[in-house]
Design a binder for this molecule. Structure first.
Ligand SMILES: Nc1ncnc2c1ncn2[C@@H]1O[C@H](COP(=O)(O)OP(=O)(O)OP(=O)(O)O)[C@@H](O)[C@H]1O
Ligand SMILES: [Mg+2]
Length: 275
């Protein structure tokens, strides 16, 4: 199976979590799955910016990324965190390489447009292309690609991409069978309860009723996009639990939340008739 595993930045903060996840990725790759790992790292990034005395402004929840901020993003995402994760998977017994947008031009980006002003957010972009041949060549050799959330622009600049959007778009571009979001909560929560399934059509309703907020809105929107783009299965699970990834990658019951596609009326009729 071909899958994208997106790892939350919060799960990269404790070495035990990193090793736990790395062991599972190594096991899945050994079993023959073609895995693309995508990671976030917002918290470490924010802490690094604070250490460097760089302040941030946000527009619609997205960080305005000037050149200085972008350079710090390269250091944190493509450097520190990317290498930490690739090292942990390699030490867990499966070779992994940390790749960033510019390596073999593997992830291309265009600047995000906001309020009709292209580039208004600075070096923030969205994924436009993936070098699938390059990824395939790594998988053929049993190597796990570990991607930081950046894209290379036509102008030769690196653009920061929201990690959930990057994972969802990459899953679409590489025709992944499954997209797994490993996050720092047990799944999509309704109060204390983990929702076993969320349908695309429920997402707006959950947002309107303030049941989901912040990063979870972006994640659900990204999940919906991946499903619409042909990814058959999207799962959001707590990554700090032992074997969470292995369960999420199996055919069995999802340990967190399954995001289900929007059923179009015709498909719903056919679905009903089959039961
Ligand atoms: N209904 C909800 N269920 C679960 N989490 C929710 C909900 N509403 C808001 N959240 C918040 O969303 C967070 C997950 O999104 P967040 O962007 O922080 O992490 P991530 O996307 O997994 O990792 P990263 O942003 O580092 O890539 C949770 O930690 C929680 O605080
Ligand atoms: Mg997030």
């Amino acid at each position: 199976m071909r899958m994208v595993v997106k790892i939350a930045g919060a799960l990269l903060e404790r070495d035990e979590d990193v090793q736990l996840i790395a062991r599972q990725i190594a096991e899945l790759a050994r079993a023959g799955h073609e895995i693309l790992v995508v990671h976030g790292g917002g918290k470490t990034f924010t802490a690094t910016l604070a250490r460097m005395g760089i302040s941030s402004r946000f527009v619609s929840g997205l960080r305005v990324t000037d050149r200085e901020t972008r350079d710090a993003a390269i250091m944190v995402f493509a450097g520190l965190l990317n290498k930490k994760l690739a090292g942990a998977i390699s030490l867990a017994g499966q070779p992994a390489v940390g790749i960033s947008a510019s390596d073999a031009a593997c992830f291309l980006a265009e600047p995000m447009q906001i309020e009709d002003r292209e580039g208004g957010l600075g070096f923030v972009g969205y994924l436009t292309e993936v070098n699938v041949d390059f990824l395939r060549s790594l998988w053929r050799e049993g190597i796990v690609p570990v991607a930081s959330c950046m894209g290379l622009g036509a102008d030769g600049e690196l653009y920061n991409i929201n990690a959930d959007h990057m994972a969802a778009a990459a899953a679409e571009f590489i025709h992944a069978d499954r997209l797994i979001f490993l996050t720092d909560v047990a799944g999509v929560l309704d109060g204390e309860k983990v929702l076993r399934a969320v349908r695309g059509t429920d997402i707006e309703d959950l947002i309107r009723r303030n049941k989901v907020s912040g990063g979870m809105i972006l994640k659900l929107e990204a999940a919906k996009r991946a499903l619409a783009g042909g990814v058959s299965e999207v799962r959001i699970v707590g990554g700090a639990k032992p074997r969470a990834l292995l369960s999420a990658a199996s055919a069995g019951r999802c340990p967190g939340t399954r995001v289900l596609p929007v059923i179009r009326p015709a498909a719903r009729a056919a679905h009903g008739a089959a039961q």
